[in-house]
Design a protein around this ligand. Structure first.
Ligand code: ZN
Ligand code: ZN
Ligand code: FE
Length: 758
């Protein structure tokens, strides 16, 4: 073969693919051209060494690229005289040309720490393969003048690199150096500049001396503190009003991560990948260095991530400590702060110092979070390093906007078959998250260049997102689709796996969703297809005394389940529970016995109940604290599983509650209860799935809902289903929790419009 057209599909735009192709062409004496086009790259190649060239394209593709498909078609040579990069107007201005922000690559890190390099210690070093992308784009096309780098005209040296196709920084839009680029400065708690030679070094010294420093990075601010200093961890908890929610830690390098946690090879790869997410990983029994218990009280997993911006590497280079708390810089329940003045105002009283820079952040985003199961990353929070990537749905259709649910705010906009979930913008409970929503939506509408033909939202009438959707649909004059919460969860799995339009069983386990029949749903067995769902089963319902308060003070739920099991004889079986409720016990008993409160079938509340009965935790000071602590008490060496009944579609945990009472009385440890409960619940779910699937002739089972962020339950159910010869599917590309709901809503609306011939 002497000439070929090579088409490459995947994540190959905005990640330095064309310059790499160009350099390889030079190396193997190839002539022709390379060009971006829809969804990929096309190469016309001619030359004697074309086979070597094609092999190199596979083996030496840029680090942040993902080659999904490469096709080679032989053609007759056209007789080109050289190799060129052809600009392609049609795609250059498209949203698909915006890459997620990419963690500093190993080569740039080496230069950063090399005293002989001209960028030694320069905190904005980047190249074609790494650096900010999504966070700096103002408008399309992705080109320096339309990014926040337009404020920094390149110096001669930088410009030479930028223009030289053989340079690592050829067309690296954020290219900069000490002479021409942005810079850091250090501010005191009041926002006044502290004049110093090296602000990063000074900030590192403050961190080591036990101060809390707000550090501006890629998608916003982190609050940083020395994670090994008990006092400062407590102080940060006090100032952030965050009594026990775990803090993620940034560690100096992968070796430090290995010293603290049990890391699989795959986990290490993800930590070191260009998206550099926070991974929830199992802590070692004897981590080195020893970590304060207060970092993640009662939990056996720790959120860990690696430095992904040059400033992080520089801070670690100036410190003996290898472990820093790096938590989102925000006030409780507000979006992450990204502007300097906003930081000084909002984080006043939390941060002692501010390490800021003068490059504006447009695409505000938190760190992404996930965990590994089945050698795959299950996403818990989808944000920096992943957005604005799209997800391919089963069918193309008119553009729609789905607003998601109020918790874990995320919207989803579609174009053709592609769905574009927004970054996470926190719980929709305040004006700030609402404003963040509007700001990102405006930008996405512009980038995608679409006008939604429908809006989709939750069924919950009081959600702020629902109200927003009503307003938007009215303004646009388009239909509004209200999609039941758990059905939307199920469709998020259908969409991400591109499942065909056939009935499947979905097990949806979460804390709370509006059922539409006046009750609260949260552990649902639905048979779904593209257009409708049927509720074929659910967890037994109980009274939720005190409504929302029962989600925080979980003794109320424990009392409710205990009453279901034992009636008035609760005191004999759970004396500690009754004692701890004190004066509250009598009125609560009245409510549960009269049914004077909403009924719920919530999986989350059942985990709360068991955590409380086991004496592990009786209050959710943050969302899912009780379930997370219960999971941490799971011990695979303990035998046994509690019983669950399943009949007429109702999964009944009463047998389990009775056994728990026995184990409590027998003074069996919390681990025994936690372990037997996880196994029993998983068995119960698998048994329910088997019986429904058998009856309905279904083999595909979807697992979704925030409760499946419990990796132990997830894996138990997964393996159980496989043992029954059922095919499990789960969320890919979006979280199983409420941040995934928008994708499901979007798919529903697209299919609705397709079906109605709209
Ligand atoms: Zn680089
Ligand atoms: Zn420069
Ligand atoms: Fe949910």
């Amino acid at each position: 073969m002497n000439a070929a057209i090579i088409r490459i599909q995947g994540i190959v735009q905005g990640v330095g693919f064309r310059p790499t192709v160009y350099r390889l062409a030079g190396e193997f004496d190839i002539v022709g051209f390379v060009r971006n086009d829809t969804g990929g790259v096309t190469i016309h190649a001619e030359g004697a060494r074309i086979d070597e060239f094609i092999r190199a394209l596979r083996s030496r593709a840029p680090r942040a690229s993902i080659v999904r498909e490469m096709t080679v078609a032989e053609i007759s040579p056209k007789g080109y005289s050289d190799f060129v990069i052809v600009p392609s107007e049609s795609t250059e201005g498209d949203v698909t040309s915006i890459s997620p922000d990419l963690a500093t690559c190993p080569e740039c890190t080496r230069e950063l720490l090399n005293p002989a390099d001209r960028r030694f210690g320069y905190p904005f070093i980047n190249c074609t393969l790494c650096g900010p992308r999504y966070s700096i784009v103002r408008e399309l096309p992705y080109d320096r003048p339309l990014t926040t780098m337009s404020d920094f005209p390149m110096c001669e040296d930088c410009n030479r690199e930028y223009m030289d196709v053989h340079d690592r920084r050829f067309h690296a839009q954020p290219n900069a150096c000490e002479v021409c680029g942005p810079r850091y400065e250090l501010l005191d708690g009041e926002g006044k500049t502290i004049s110093c030679e090296n602000p990063i070094e000074r900030a590192a010294r403050f961190l080591l001396s036990g101060k809390i420093v707000a550090v501006k990075g890629i998608g916003g601010f982190h609050l940083m503190a020395d994670a090994l200093n008990d006092d400062v961890v407590d102080e940060l908890r006090r100032r952030k009003r965050r009594p026990s929610k775990p803090f993620a830690v940034m560690v100096k390098n992968i070796q430090t991560a290995r010293n603290l946690c049990e890391l699989s090879r795959f986990e290490a790869e993800i930590l070191e990948s260009p998206s550099a997410p926070i991974l929830l990983v199992k802590m070692k029994n004897e981590p080195k260095p020893k970590l304060p218990e207060s970092l993640a009280p009662g939990l056996d997993r720790l959120g860990v991530f690696l430095p992904y911006a040059p400033v992080h590497h520089l801070l670690f280079a100036k410190m003996d400590s290898h472990v820093l708390i790096a938590t989102s810089g925000n006030r409780r329940d507000e979006p992450i702060v990204c502007d300097n003045a906003e930081a000084v105002e909002d984080l006043n009283g939390i941060a002692d110092y501010f390490l800021v820079h003068n490059r504006e952040i447009i695409g505000r985003s938190d760190d992404s979070v996930g965990f590994v199961s089945e050698n795959e990353m299950i996403i818990v929070r989808r944000s920096r390093g992943i957005v604005p990537r799209s997800i391919e749905m089963p069918n193309a259709g008119p553009s729609v906007l789905a607003v998601g649910a109020d918790l874990k705010g995320t919207f989803c906009l579609t174009r053709g078959a592609e769905a574009f979930p927004s970054p996470y913008f926190g719980d929709m409970i305040g004006e700030k998250s609402s404003a963040f929503f509007d700001e990102v939506l405006d930008r996405y509408l512009g980038w995608l260049d679409v006008v939604p033909r429908a809006v989709a939202c939750d069924l919950h009438p009081d959600y702020l997102s629902t109200i927003k959707a009503e307003r938007l649909a009215k303004k646009l004059g388009v239909p509004l689709f209200r999609v039941q919460h758990h059905y939307a969860h199920a469709l998020s799995v259908v969409a991400g796996n591109r499942l065909p339009n056939e009935p499947v069983l979905a097990l949806i386990l979460d804390g709370f969703g509006y059922g539409g029949d006046g009750s609260i749903w949260g552990c649902e067995f639905l048979i779904v297809d593209y257009s409708e769902f049927e509720r074929v089963g659910h967890l037994r319902e109980v009274v939720q005394p005190g409504g929302d308060r029962a989600a925080v003070d979980v003794r109320r739920m424990a009392l409710s389940w205990a009453f279901e099991a034992f009636g008035d004889r609760i005191g004999r079986h759970f004396p500690n529970l009754v004692k701890s409720l004190g004066d509250l016990a009598q009125p609560m008993m009245k409510i549960v016995s009269n049914g004077g409160a909403p009924m719920v079938s919530s999986a989350g509340r059942l985990f709360d109940t068991v955590a409380c009965m086991a004496g592990i935790c009786c209050e959710n000071t943050y969302e899912s604290e009780c379930p997370q602590r219960l999971m941490s008490a799971f011990d695979p060496r303990i035998e046994g599983a509690y019983g669950f009944d399943f009949s007429d579609g109702i999964l009944d945990p009463i047998p389990a509650i009775i056994e728990i009472a026995d184990d409590v009385r027998g003074r069996d440890g919390a681990s025994v209860i936690a372990t037997r409960f996880h196994r029993g619940f998983a068995n119960g779910l698998v048994g329910a799935a088997r019986s429904i699937c058998e009856r309905r002739g279904i083999s595909r089972v979807l697992l979704t809902g925030g409760v499946f962020q419990n990796s132990i339950l997830f894996e138990l159910v997964l393996n159980g289903l496989r043992n029954e010869n059922l095919s499990p599917f789960w969320n890919r590309f979006v979280p199983p929790g409420d941040a995934g709901v928008a994708l499901g809503q979007a798919m529903f609306a697209v299919e609705k419009l397709r079906g109605s011939g709209d």
